[in-house]
Design a binder for this molecule. Sequence first.
Ligand SMILES: Nc1ncnc2c1ncn2[C@@H]1O[C@H](COP(=O)(O)OP(=O)(O)OP(=O)(O)O)[C@@H](O)[C@H]1O
Ligand SMILES: [Mg+2]
Length: 241
Amino acid sequence: MSPPLLSVRDLSAGYGDEPITYDINLDVQSGTITTIVGSNGAGKSTLLKAIYGLNRKFSGTIDFNGRNIETLASVARFRLGLAFVPQGRCNFPLMSVRENLRLGGYSLRAMEREDAIERVTEIFPILRQRMSVLAGNLSGGEQQLLEMAMVLMISPKLLLLDEPSIGLSPINLSLVLENIQRIRAQGVTIIMVEQNVRGALAISTDAIVMDLGRIVVTGSPQDILQDERIAAAYLGKRAAR
Ligand SMILES: Nc1ncnc2c1ncn2[C@@H]1O[C@H](COP(=O)(O)OP(=O)(O)OP(=O)(O)O)[C@@H](O)[C@H]1O
Ligand SMILES: [Mg+2]
């Protein structure tokens, strides 16, 4: 097997004086989709932020694409091909779709930026029809696609997605999940946290379960779905049948 794209060793990270996530060990291979499962407050967002460098690291190492990145600022990690779409909306609602995409590609030269807009709107044709619409007037699902498109402008190697379908209707949920698969097909590796655990696991290659700041189970989505205790704890009652 080739070396992992992301390799996290003994990572503890959090805010202020105390770590929230402890002893995180995680290997992510290129081309995979990993879903992080866990109850509210388990530390899922904290782990994604730690990988992207948005909180305080207490100990441990993070290697990304053969480089040691745990001391780098987020913007430097971004330049290396690590992208993060945080929980909640983060586009600019009073700017058009095109302007938002240009912002996503702010670090590119003008020509490259226009090429990148072509490329990402090929992935998400729905945005192509909405280029002049203000982002705030898009549907929730379209806004989520726009946010993913904004970070895809720089062709990331690894995309971290925190709750991409939060607050979306079932139709928009399937739109987002479908498009996550299209992003993977473009060669982007994905780690996501998703409240719709079943939907997320259905498109994932790997799964991890977090509890009280630690990774308690690592396995295939099938393993997680078939484990009755995990299913009862994180997937709702239907899963336990
Ligand atoms: N900026 C912050 N400062 C201090 N504590 C924080 C901060 N952000 C999160 N926490 C705390 O860290 C713990 C883990 O939070 P985190 O957001 O990582 O959980 P989560 O698994 O993403 O939960 P959810 O499913 O509700 O999004 C919680 O107890 C939370 O209150
Ligand atoms: Mg969270």
